[in-house]
Design a protein around this ligand. Sequence first.
Ligand SMILES: [Zn+2]
Length: 130
Amino acid sequence: MWFAYSGGRIAILMGSNVMNRQVIERQRAKLLIMRDRVAAEIGSLTQAMLEDAQPVGEHDWGVSEAVDKSIALEHVEEQLHVQISAALARIKDGTYGLCTACGSRIGQARLDALPYAAFCIACERQLESQ
Ligand SMILES: [Zn+2]
């Protein structure tokens, strides 16, 4: 960590909110891999749905259930893609690792598990309980 020669206390407080460059680069690499994987999954789901969508008869519930599942899964993957892209944008902005709701630092363990986490645990719980 670096800090200015004067106003040491303030600089150290700010420093605690700035993530280590190496950590950010590692998270960025993880996010880029995740984004590629999610994009590929969305592509193959779309392809599978187009194939499943062939007319096979009016009452073939098996097929429509499969398509329903694919649509739900694709929706999940798309949400994930949006969250990953937003996290990459926060890295660019220099706000990565900070809760987008309250601005406090998101724990490293949480970022390791969820590199695209936008909220700290406290805000996440609050959102979930609403
Ligand atoms: Zn928060």
